[in-house]
Design a protein around this ligand. Structure first.
Ligand code: RB5
Length: 148
């Protein structure tokens, strides 16, 4: 599984932690920046990771900013992206099982290292249940396609 990563300055330290986890667990990833604590705009980085996922250059994406909210809003503007903001393990499992989320967002100013790693692990290892949940996702995709 190939993962697209991105953060702004407020998510940068968490991104480095998640990179360590991915490396240790032999996940392939591309880091779309940012690469320091210097202030930047989350959209510029989040949209790169989201486009990589939408184009199939990555299977999943993980994005981080201060709250995770700006990254979530930005990623979800890209067609085909279902980005879920998760700060607990239950939501991380459920958004894979029910929403087939292809991107995860977290806030570096909201959660600590160990919880973030548990969330990433749960999100990467949980499968979509399909069935009625696929029907619901199809409605979102149909609407997105009608909107152009
Ligand atoms: C940056 O200060 C902060 O606004 C940003 O990281 C994010 O939390 C926005 O949603």
């Amino acid at each position: 599984m190939k993962i697209a990563l991105a953060s702004d300055h407020a998510g940068f330290e968490l991104k480095e932690i998640i990179k360590e986890y991915l490396q240790f667990n032999k996940y392939d990833y591309t880091d779309y920046g940012t690469d320091s604590l210097d202030s930047v705009d989350y959209f510029d980085y989040g949209v790169k990771a989201a486009e990589a996922v939408a184009k199939g250059e990555a299977d999943r994406g993980i994005v981080m900013c201060g709250t995770g909210i700006g990254m979530t809003i930005s990623a979800n503007k890209v067609r085909g992206i279902r980005c879920a903001l998760c700060h607990d393990v239950y939501s991380a499992e459920m958004t894979r099982a029910h929403n087939n989320s292809n991107m995860l967002a977290m806030g570096g100013r909201v959660i600590g290292r160990d919880l973030a790693i548990r969330i990433v692990k749960a999100w990467l290892e949980s499968d979509f249940e399909g069935g009625r949940h696929q029907r619901r996702i199809n409605k979102i995709a149909d609407y997105e396609n009608q909107c152009q």
